[in-house]
Structure formats: C-alpha cells, structure tokens
Unconditional design. Sequence first.
Length: 440
Amino acid sequence: MITAFLILLLAVCWIIVSISVWKWHPFLSLIVAALGAGLALGLPLPEVVSKIGEGFGGLLASIGVIIVLGSILGMMMEQSGAAQTIASVLMNGIGRKHPMVALSFLGAFVGIPVFCDAGFIILSRLIKQISERTGQTPACLSVGLAAGLYATHTLVPPTPGPIAAAGNLGATSYLGLVILTGFFVAFVTLPMALWLGTRLTRNVISELPEAPASEGSNVVSLAPWRALVPIVLPILLISLGTISNLASWDLTVIDFAGNPMIALLISVFVGFFCLKLQSVKVFTQLTTTAISQAGPILIITGAGGAFGAVLKASSLTSHLTGLIGGGHQSGMVILLAAFGVAAILKTAQGSSTAAIVVTSSLLAPMIGMSGVSPMFVTLCVIAIGGGAMTFSHANDSYFWVVSQFSGLKVGDAYRSYSIVSAVQGLSVLVVVLILNMIVG
C-alpha cells in the first residue's frame, strides 16, 4: 500500500514540475503521468494503453459537447453586448449605493457562461465611470469584480473546470445540484472577499488604462430580458432535470430538456434570437471562434480523464477505500484532500481549469466507492473549485488580466487581489465542510 501511495505522490510531483517548471503542456504531462503511474502500479502495458484511450474518450463523450456548447453561449454573450446590458441594469439599481457589491455580483453572474479573463476585460470598461459616479476607488472595484468572476468560474457549471470535475466524479446526471450548490457557496463566500478587498485596497492608487477598442461590430441595444434569458434558461432547465431525476419523476419532456447537452443546445438557439445576432454568418463566426477556444480545454479534460481511468483500474482504488473507510470523518478527509491538492496544483502551475481537471482525476478512485451520495460528490466538486482559487499570482493569466486592466501595480495586485483569492478559496472550504456536516 505504501508503494502505491508513493507512486501516486511521484505522479503528482511529476505533473506539478513538468507543467510549472519545465513548461510542458498539461496534455503531455498528464498522458506521460498516466502511462508511468499505470506501469509502476503493476498494470500490463496493453491495459494501460487501453485505459488511457477509454478514459480520454469516455470523459469527452459525457461532457465534450457540453463544454463546446457552453463556450459558444459564452462567446455569444460576450460579443452581443449582453454582458454590458446586464451591467447597466444592475449598476442603475443597487450599484448606486453599493457599487463594489453590485460589480462583484455582476461578475459572478456574467462569469457563468463567459470565461473570467474575457469577462473582466469586458466589464473593466465600467470601472472608471462607476468610480467617478460613486467615489469608490478603482482598485476596490477591480478586486471586487475579479472576485465575483473568479467565484463562478471555479464553482459553477457550465464553466469548463466544474464541468470536467463533475464528469470525472460521475456527477453529470445531477449537474443541476452542482450548479445550485455552486451558486450558493459562491454567493455566501463573496461577502468575505469583498470585506477583505475593501480594506486591502483602501490606500491603493491605480491608473486605469484606456478602455480597449470594442471588438463588437455585432453589439446592439438589448432589452434586459433578452440579455438574461440565455443565462437563466439553461440553469433552469438543467435544475428541473436534476430535480426530476432525484425525485424519480417519470416526465420525459423535462428529463429530455433538462439534459445538460440539450439544455445548452436549446439556449444557444434561443440566444441567437434573444441576443439579436445580425445574421447566420455572424452566428457561424462566433461558433467557430468558440470552438477554437474550447479545443485546448477539451484536450486537457480528456487527458485528465485518461489519468483518472488508469488510477481507477489499478490497486490504488482498493487501498484508498481501505484507508478512507466510511462515515463522517472519511468525508472530511476526502474534502480536505480535494481542496489541498487543487490548491497546490493551482499555486504551482497557475491554471484553475488544469488544477480542477487533475485533482478530480486523482479523486475519482475515492468517489468510486459505493454508497457515495450525490450531495457529497457535489461538495467534492465545490471543494476542488475552492482549492483552484488558492492562490492566484504571477503564473496565472487571470492575475495579469486583473492587474493590467485595472491599472494595479504588480506589488499592489499581490497585496490585494492575490490575498483575496486565497481567502476566498479558504472560505469556500469552510462552507463546504459545514455543509458536509449538515447534509453531506
């Protein structure tokens, strides 16, 4: 047993070093790790090769289309001006008295379909005018916006990281539960991030860069309901499908429309009309761009599935089952391990999505134990997402987007946004552990 865990530790170290130090692509790092770990754990070479192929294809079969459709929907929201429309509505409401809170919650909402990097670039254009109107410092508003986008980026499907984790851990049949729980945890933990961000940026002066030129020749004036429908519709359909599944309702229409792939497909075509895209040609161009963006994520996700499949086929699964045992205490151990491994991977190599994919692959043998409830698997997905927030610094592309588009000096970004990201992740862990004690 000790040998098996030593092999697992070496595989994790290999992934961290090869990606963060030697700058390998995560795909190659994960495939080599799967091959080496499988052989070291005593699996025959033909079986290792077979499991790599099965794991890669199996995970993409379950979530690959979902990732692509989610990327298309996000690109439509980004290029149509829907995000700006939602921003205007929110800032004209609670944003007048509580601009940082409004901007943060706006980020959390927009961050569901739109990648956090793109979301920050789009919404950062609002920071200067909001600061001038309300007197809130640009640094404070920037950190609040970054925290909001980051929360749903790591916790709420259909963002690729949480989708991949749900696929690895077998939660795709109740994805709505993951969405609703991720929402709850994201919005419960945001106030701590905002409180801390306000204090850390109190004396920080930032010089906002000129707003980037709009790419949006497709941007048109939208009614608020048109901007909201493409986000709300898939969440509603998937949640209804999950409720139907968990309650054992025999409602074919709800089960069909609530399937994540169908729900997103419906939302993409509904979005075409709601977002008033100018033509089928524009729609096709957006789709092409979105697919090209989704490609690298699909490849990394599939490699994570391959790594997880090899681990599941080895003796490691039985060793983990014997070590973890059962009951409340074992659940706490798994959740702490999920958070810790994701936090280490995130801090070492920078990518939240890669950290989520790799950690969920490692965790899959534990979750393969019988008797694991849907709620506990959901909490595992959320715990991994919390770890993948901790902590954002110079090897993270989002760190540079936040610092450059908010005008923060690198040192100030470390002393504000980076600390907020770490505390935000730890807050997620605390909430997850509490929820596990109550309902896990």
